[in-house]
Design a protein around this ligand. Sequence first.
Ligand SMILES: Cc1cc2nc3c(=O)[nH]c(=O)nc-3n(C[C@H](O)[C@H](O)[C@H](O)COP(=O)(O)OP(=O)(O)OC[C@H]3O[C@@H](n4cnc5c(N)ncnc54)[C@H](O)[C@@H]3O)c2cc1C
Length: 388
Amino acid sequence: MDFMLSEEQRAIEDGISQVMSDFGDDYWLDKDKNGGFPEDYYQAMAEGGWLGVSFPEEVGGANLGIGSAAVMMKTIASSSGAMQAASAIHMNVFGPKSIAVFGTDEQKQRWLPPIIRGEQKSAFGVTEPNAGLDTGAITTKAERTNDGYVINGRKVWTSTAQVADKILLLARTTPRDECERGIDGLSLFYADLDRDACDVREIDKMGRKSVDSNEVFIDNLKVSADDLIGEEGKGFRYILYSMNPERILIGAEAIGIGQEAIRRASNYAKERVVFGRPIGQNQSIQHPLAESWAHLEAAWMMCLKAASLYDAGESCGAEANAAKYLGSEAGFTACERAVMTHGGMGYAKEFHVERLMREVMINRIAPVSQQMVLNFLSERVLGLPKSY
Ligand SMILES: Cc1cc2nc3c(=O)[nH]c(=O)nc-3n(C[C@H](O)[C@H](O)[C@H](O)COP(=O)(O)OP(=O)(O)OC[C@H]3O[C@@H](n4cnc5c(N)ncnc54)[C@H](O)[C@@H]3O)c2cc1C
């Protein structure tokens, strides 16, 4: 057992911190207020070669494990960029993991290098308004034609669809009533996000304004048979493959944001003087911050444990879900405490902690809710009866 980061992981921390230092508080506050995809940041990541970290070497990627990816995403999130910076690249770096694993060599060569070079962005279209967390209930339909498929339906919360060129799309190819389980009969496509067939409408939301989320109305989207990933009907299985890594990374990102919040709160508590002494001299200010530090560290250990199991090819469902759960809770609580430490100024945008608190809320909701994580642990780890 080794609790030390490797030399490679330390180099990732240094390299990412270097990029993030060019994008400070004013940059991200402006993005939070006015939106607009952080393209210059995205291009800086591409130039540094960071968009290919998890892609195979044969297409120009670095093929690093999830442990290293978690270090990278935590470092990004523990900057002023928080979830805006993490999500701007999250979709593109880790969304297409299923292509890297289940795509043909031809598909990998066609699709992955443009992402690594920062020339193309991809959105991830799974969630639907009438299905929610019950992915087996999705109704977006892909029907066979002579040379491919035609897709009709509706997605919701599709992030980056305003700027994406491509969409990784889950659609039903076999009617639900002909399948044994809801999750059967679904297929995964990597399609052009053709604006003539996809009406993309942005959702006005609580935070992370620069990384848009959308409703997508799909009307006769034509997709070539070459753009189907793997076999028809196995799409959910392919998505499942990337779910554990994504949970680990979402946990790591929340932890990064929480650490940034605690850092800001501690600095403020040292400087702000009330009743003739720094507020940080009061234990009621110190203890919540110290406790959050401990919770964040413990959650990070769970992320690293889950990543280490995943990278060793072992099953890690329980640990990955626990990492997502613990990281998101610890991150959110740390941000809330950072706001309270700042008193009235915690509510002011110029101190940034309210922005961190709004952004870290996402990690508790997506890609899976905290309740569904607890359902999974209750059933699969504790052996309790399925509750839904
Ligand atoms: C900012 C943001 C970005 C997103 N980006 C994307 C994206 O790029 N692509 C994409 O496909 N999706 C995306 N999502 C969608 C996200 O994955 C879903 O919002 C999430 O999975 C929850 O689904 P839902 O909103 O439909 O909630 P619902 O399924 O409607 O659930 C609502 C509430 O009920 C609870 N609940 C439901 N059933 C049970 C049960 N059996 N037991 C206990 N509790 C239950 C849930 O836990 C939740 O709290 C994004 C969401 C957000 C907020």
